[in-house]
Design a protein around this ligand. Structure first.
Ligand SMILES: [Zn+2]
Ligand SMILES: [Zn+2]
Length: 479
């Protein structure tokens, strides 16, 4: 506070300074109440080295017109302001501890987001009011090398996951997406892989707070992956109770409850890694020994079609919305809980009379579908590997090919006649195009592989021709 604020401090002065230093680190010149009506420049907060360079420049700069010099200060809010009103100089930054910087960074990120998201007035309130709190006056880093911060990021991610998952069960339009994971009437490791194709629609909203906290996106990607991979192993009936762990972490036992359609299982155990969130928010239920869990959903899918699996509940909502009277009711359908706006207890489910969906597909056809699924795996892996490098149209053609394969194989399992025709057309298209094109989406296949796939496809067409597929009535098998 020792330096007096120069009278010559103006937008023009800052403009001239920006020009002098090249201005690469600067965003814009602002003028407002934040710094007593003095204009200020926002500096890129990602470029600390650039900021330091600026300070050196600024302190050696003499404005040719006003003769003003050494009057600049970069504060910890990454603003260039008059030195006389600067309470928190950037060059003190190095003196702050790692812990302090973390908190500072969190709040700085909050401020940045607020400024980017809300209107100018709100941004200024956030800026001026929050910055009066001492902790917010600095520019901390969310260090990628700090193990406690990684753990904190994972725990916070898991908390966001809890709410995303919970809303996935309690809001119709989100349940329409998440239902894919629950429509399986079997519970094994493959259930974990049964993921929605429409999850990107709303899921991201729940992770926004993590961005607000300034967690680097690289960290979010990694902890998100850890959270997802953790959930793989819990989809099994082979591991029983795990004692106290069942009350802390998500385990096979408490996740079985999540997948059950028994009365006591509905809307329970939403956790990703920690089931503590459920205990905290009142959605925890322990597995019972006296009642066998029946997996699946109350309105069974009764289909092997991936299209129906992904879209059936959207279709139901569309129908319900069309039937509703008035725009409020029409919109309300999409945000209502799956059971509707009611305090009535859900309809009783009787586990003893439950049967699983089955269509008694002949064994040769089952083996055939298994073989084609095995052939599909390297194609899907290849698609995932190259999709980013392909233009949209080409990627869409590849994705469509994979989707048609899944639809055809599902229809074959259900013994639809059209499934047989679709599968034969698909086989010919695949075999011929794989053999004919010089490169399969960037992959130069050896001649031997091209020949082998062509033989497999043509052979499959001939074999399928001899198989009788007749529409089969769905039958149940004991659960
Ligand atoms: Zn779920
Ligand atoms: Zn699950």
């Amino acid at each position: 506070m020792s330096d007096r604020v120069p009278k010559s401090w103006s937008v023009e002065t800052l403009g001239a300074l920006c020009k002098f230093t090249g201005g690469s680190a600067f965003k814009e010149i602002y003028q407002g109440k934040s710094h007593g009506d003095y204009p200020f420049i926002k500096v890129s907060d990602m470029n600390l080295e650039g900021n330091q360079k600026f300070i050196t420049y600024a302190n050696n700069w003499i404005d040719q017109e006003t003769r003003a010099c050494k009057n600049f200060c970069v504060n910890r809010g990454h603003e260039i302001i008059p030195k006389g009103i600067c309470h928190d100089r950037y060059d003190d930054h190095e003196k702050t501890s790692q812990k302090e910087r973390t908190i500072q960074r969190i709040m700085q990120s909050f401020k940045n987001l607020a400024e980017g998201t809300f209107d100018e007035a709100f941004a200024k309130i956030v800026h001026t009011k929050l910055y009066q709190i001492r902790l917010l006056r600095h520019n901390p880093e969310w260090s990628m090398s700090s193990i406690p911060l990684w753990i904190l990021a994972l725990v916070l991610y898991d908390l966001c996951y809890y709410w995303a998952h919970r809303m996935g069960h309690e809001v119709n339009v989100m349940w329409a997406s998440h239902v894919v994971h629950h429509s399986s009437e079997y519970y094994n490791l493959s259930t974990a892989l049964r993921q929605t194709s429409t999850g990107a629609l709303f899921g991201w909203v729940f992770y926004l707070p993590l961005a607000v906290l300034g967690i680097p996106w690289q960290m979010l990607v990694v902890v998100g992956l850890i959270d997802l991979l953790y959930q793989y192993w819990v989809h099994t009936e082979l591991i029983g109770r795990m004692g106290v762990l069942d009350r802390i972490f998500v385990t096979p036992s408490n996740h079985r409850v999540h997948h059950g359609q028994n009365d006591y299982c509905i809307d329970k155990n939403y956790g990703g890694i920690l089931v503590l969130w459920d205990r905290l928010f009142g959605t925890f239920a322990e597995e019972r020994d006296d009642e066998k869990i029946c997996y699946g959903i109350r309105k069974p899918l009764h289909s092997f079609s991936p299209i129906k699996g992904n879209l059936h509940y959207y279709a139901d909502l569309w129908e319900m919305s069309r039937a509703a009277k008035g725009w409020r009711a029409k919109l309300g359908v999409w945000v209502a809980p799956p059971g509707g706006w009611t305090d009535e207890p859900i309809e009783h489910f009787e586990p003893r009379t439950f049967t699983r969906f089955d269509v008694q597909t002949p064994a040769p056809l089952r083996w055939y579908v298994a073989l084609q699924c095995a052939v599909l795996v390297p194609f899907v892996s290849h698609f995932i590997g190259v999709a980013k490098g392909l233009d949209r149209g080409t990627a869409a053609v590849y994705a469509l090919g994979i989707l048609v394969t899944a639809v055809a194989l599902g229809a074959l399992l259900e013994r639809f006649v059209w499934g047989k025709w679709l599968e034969q057309v698909r086989l010919l298209a695949l075999g011929v195009s794989f053999a004919a094109v010089p490169q399969w989406f960037g992959f130069e296949a050896p001649l031997l592989l091209k020949g082998a796939l062509l033989v497999l496809c043509v052979g499959s067409v001939v074999w399928l021709n001899r198989q009788s597929v007749a529409p089969a009535n769905a039958v149940g098998v004991a659960a």
